[in-house]
Write a protein that binds this ligand. Structure first.
Ligand SMILES: [Zn+2]
Length: 644
C-alpha cells in the first residue's frame, strides 16, 4: 500500500474492576474501536489494546465484602468486561489484565530501569490515615479537616515507608513537551488545566505501599517484600507490557502509542505521570492523550443510587449495535459531556440513518431494479457527473484530518453531506423523467453515480457501523476492505459495474413516540376550558424580552474564600473576554461538573458585588426539595446565542 507502512497503536483505559460496565465504558471502547477499524481499512498496521485494572486496596475490600479472594473477584468482573466487548464485536488485538504474569514482569522491569536511572528513592510517605479503612486521604478529601470520607471516623497522620519517583525533576521537560506538541493533549482546551497544574509545581510521587498487599510486588532485586507498587504506576505500565515490554518484544514495534483514550478524570495521570515515567525509561512518548467527557442520562448524572445507569447491552439489544455506535460518535463533540436520551437516539436513527442513508440505498435498489434489471454500468458517470464526483472527493480529502484530531462528529457530519449530495442528485436529474423520455444513457449515469457514492460512503462509515456496511456491501455486490478502499477512496476510482441485490431494510424506522402531547391526551380528558393560570402577575412579551438571556460556556470555576456556598465562575458568552459570575451553587455542584458545560445567563443585569467580587450577570437555575438544578440548553449552542 502507498505510504501506509506506519504502525498505529490505540488504547482504551484499562477498566477498573470495581465498576460495572455502563454506557461511558462502551463509549470509550467504541471510539477506540472506530479509530482502529479506520486505521486498518486505510492500510495502517494497527494494534488495539483494552483490558482491566485489577489491583489496589479498593478491589481487595470489594472482594472481601463478597467473600471472595481479590483474584477470584477480579476474574469475575474482568470476564464481564471482556464478554461485553466480545458481544459488541470490539476488534481489540489484546485484552490485558494487570494480574497477568507478563504484565507484572514488565512492570517490575520498568521499576528497575527507573531505579537504575536514579529516578526512584526511598523516603517516608506522610498522610491522613484511617485505620478502619486502611487508607490514606489527602487533606482536601477529609470531612472537616479530620474525618475519614468513607467511614467518618477521625484519621491520624501516619508516616509510611515508601519509594518515590522523582516527578519534580521532570517538570520543565513536561512543560516543554506540552509547548512543542500542542496536540499531545486533546481536545486542546483540556491542556490548559494540565499546564497550569504542572507549572504550580510537581511533588515527587509515592509509588509503593506497605499498608496492603493486593498489588504488583517490587522487583526481587529491591529486597522489599513489604512493598507493592502504587496502583497507578502498575496500571499505566500496561500500555507497554501489553506489547511485550520486559517479555516477548515482538509487538514493541507498535510503540509509541498513537492515541491513548482516557476519561477526563484520569487525564492528569496520563498527561503528567505517564510521560514522566516514559522519559525516565528512555522510551518515546505517545502522540495523543485524548480525554473524553461524561454521559448523563436525560440531563442527570448517572449513578447506581439513582438507578439511572444506562446499560449499553440493553440499548444495543433494543435499538441495534451499529445504531448505538453511530449515535455515540455523532451526537457529541469529543471531549464534551453528552446526554443520553432514548428520544435523541431514536431521532438520530429515524432521521440520519433511516431517512438519509437507508432511503438512499433503497432508491438505488428500486431504480436499478425497475429500469436496469439490477445491473448498473458506470461508464458515463464521469461524462455527465464529474462535478458531483469532484465535490464528494473534496469532502473525502479532508476527512482523515478529523480522525486523529478526534473530531469524529465532524467526520460523520461531512460524510452526511455526501449522502445529501447523492439524494439531491436524484431529485435534480430525475431518472424517472429521463427514462420516460427514452434517455436511458443519462438515467443510467445518474443511478450509477448514486451507487458509486453509496459505495464510497460505505467504505468511509465501515469503521463506525461495520455490521450495517456488510449489508450495504451485499446489496451493491462490492467488497468493503482495504484493497477496495485504496482503489475507490484513495485513488478516487469508480466501481465499473454493479450487480445490485435487494436486501432487507437497512434501518427500519423506530415507531416509539416521545410526543408528550399524546401522552397527556391518553392520560387525561381533553382540556375544554381555558387553563386556570397559576400566575397572577402577567407580563407582555416585550416585558419579557427586557431581559437578555444567553447561552454561556463555563470556562473556569474557583472557590471563594470564606464562602461554603459561592463559586466564582468565568463564563464565555462570545464576548472578547468571559463574564465573571458569582453563583450560590457550590453545595449542589462539584467544580468538574461545571467546567466546560453550558448554562443560561441573564447578561444585561446591572453588575453587583458579592463577597467583594464583581458579578456580571446571573445564571438560571431551578430549585425544589430534591435540590438545585441549572437550566441548560438541551443541545450545545454557540456561546452567546440568545435565548428567546
Ligand atoms: Zn475510614
Amino acid at each position: 500500500m502507498k505510504n501506509r507502512c506506519k504502525n498505529i497503536y490505540i488504547t482504551t483505559p484499562i477498566y477498573y474492576v470495581n465498576d460495572i460496565a455502563h454506557i461511558g465504558h462502551a463509549y470509550t471502547t467504541i471510539i477506540a474501536d472506530m479509530l482502529t477499524r479506520y486505521s486498518k481499512i486505510v492500510g495502517y498496521d494497527t494494534f488495539f489494546l483494552t483490558g482491566t485494572d485489577e489491583h489496589g486496596l479498593k478491589i481487595a475490600q470489594s472482594a472481601q465484602q463478597k467473600n471472595k479472594t481479590a483474584q477470584e473477584y477480579s476474574d469475575i468482573v474482568s470476564a464481564k468486561f471482556k464478554q461485553l466487548w466480545d458481544d459488541f464485536d470490539i476488534s481489540y488485538d489484546k485484552f490485558i489484565r494487570t494480574t497477568d504474569k507478563e504484565h507484572k514482569i514488565g512492570a517490575q522491569k520498568a521499576f528497575m530501569v527507573m531505579f537504575k536511572n536514579g529516578d526512584i528513592y526511598k523516603g517516608n510517605y506522610e498522610g491522613n490515615y484511617c485505620v478502619g479503612c486502611e487508607t490514606f486521604f489527602t487533606n482536601s478529601q477529609l470531612i472537616d479537616g479530620e474525618g475519614c470520607p468513607d467511614c467518618e471516623r477521625p484519621t491520624n497522620i501516619v508516616k509510611e515507608e515508601s519509594y518515590f519517583f522523582r516527578l519534580s525533576k521532570y517538570q520543565d521537560k513536561l512543560l516543554e513537551l506540552y509547548e512543542n506538541n500542542p496536540e499531545f493533549i486533546l481536545p486542546k482546551a483540556k491542556a490548559k488545566e494540565i499546564i497550569n497544574f504542572v507549572k504550580s509545581g510537581l511533588n515527587d510521587l509515592s509509588i509503593s505501599r506497605t499498608s496492603f498487599s493486593w498489588g504488583v510486588a517490587l522487583p526481587s532485586e529491591m529486597n522489599e517484600s513489604q512493598h507493592v507498587m502504587y496502583v497507578w504506576l502498575d496500571a499505566l505500565m500496561n500500555y507497554l507490557t501489553a506489547i511485550g515490554y520486559g517479555n516477548d518484544e515482538k509487538n514493541i514495534k507498535y510503540w509509541p502509542a498513537n492515541t491513548h483514550i482516557v476519561g477526563k478524570d484520569i487525564l492528569k495521570f496520563h498527561s503528567i505521570f505517564w510521560p514522566a515515567f516514559l522519559m525516565s525509561l528512555d522510551m518515546p512518548l505517545p502522540k495523543h492523550i485524548c480525554a473524553h467527557g461524561w454521559w448523563t442520562k436525560d440531563g442527570e448524572k448517572m449513578s447506581k443510587s439513582k438507578g439511572n445507569v444506562v446499560n449499553p447491552q440493553d440499548i444495543a439489544n433494543k435499538y441495534g449495535l451499529d445504531e448505538l455506535r453511530y449515535f455515540l460518535l455523532r451526537e457529541v463533540p469529543f471531549g464534551q459531556d453528552g446526554d443520553f436520551s432514548k428520544r435523541a437516539l431514536v431521532n438520530r436513527i429515524n432521521s440520519d440513518l433511516a431517512n438519509d442513508l437507508g432511503n438512499l440505498l433503497n432508491r438505488v435498489q428500486g431504480m436499478s431494479g425497475k429500469y436496469f434489471n439490477y445491473k448498473l454500468d458506470s461508464k458515463n458517470v464521469i461524462k455527465y457527473h464529474e462535478q458531483e464526483i469532484k465535490i464528494a472527493h473534496d469532502i473525502i480529502a479532508n476527512l482523515e484530518n478529523y480522525i486523529f484530531s478526534m473530531q469524529i462528529n465532524r467526520y460523520l457530519e461531512d460524510i452526511w453531506t455526501i449522502i445529501t449530495l447523492a439524494n439531491k442528485s436524484i431529485a435534480q436529474y430525475e431518472p424517472w423523467d429521463l427514462m420516460k423520455n427514452g434517455d436511458t444513457t443519462k438515467a443510467m449515469a445518474v443511478v450509477a453515480l448514486v451507487a458509486n457514492l453509496v459505495a464510497k460512503i460505505a467504505l468511509l462509515i465501515d469503521c463506525v457501523m461495520p455490521h450495517k456496511t456488510k449489508q450495504i456491501s451485499k446489496s451493491l455486490g462490492i467488497k468493503i476492505d482495504a484493497k477496495t478502499y485504496e482503489s475507490i477512496i484513495t485513488d478516487k476510482l469508480l466501481i465499473d459495474k454493479f450487480h445490485i441485490s435487494k436486501i432487507e431494510q437497512l434501518f427500519p424506522k423506530i415507531d416509539e413516540t416521545f410526543d408528550i402531547q399524546s401522552k397527556i391526551e391518553k392520560n387525561i380528558p381533553a382540556i375544554k376550558t381555558t387553563n386556570t393560570m397559576q400566575e397572577q402577575n402577567l407580563v407582555s412579551v416585550d416585558d419579557f424580552f427586557n431581559s437578555i438571556i444567553r447561552v454561556g460556556q463555563i470556562v473556569f470555576v474557583d472557590d471563594i474564600k470564606k464562602s461554603d456556598k459561592l463559586y466564582r465562575l468565568l463564563i464565555d458568552i462570545g464576548e472578547n473576554k468571559p463574564r465573571q459570575i458569582v453563583a450560590g451553587i457550590k453545595t449542589y455542584y462539584k467544580k468538574e461538573e461545571l467546567l466546560d458545560t453550558q448554562v443560561c445567563l441573564v447578561s444585561n443585569l446591572k453588575p453587583v458585588k458579592l463577597m467583594g467580587i464583581l458579578s456580571e450577570g446571573m445564571i438560571l437555575a431551578s430549585k425544589d426539595e430534591s435540590g438545585l438544578s441549572l437550566i441548560r440548553p438541551e443541545k450545545q449552542k454557540k456561546p452567546g446565542t440568545k435565548i428567546s
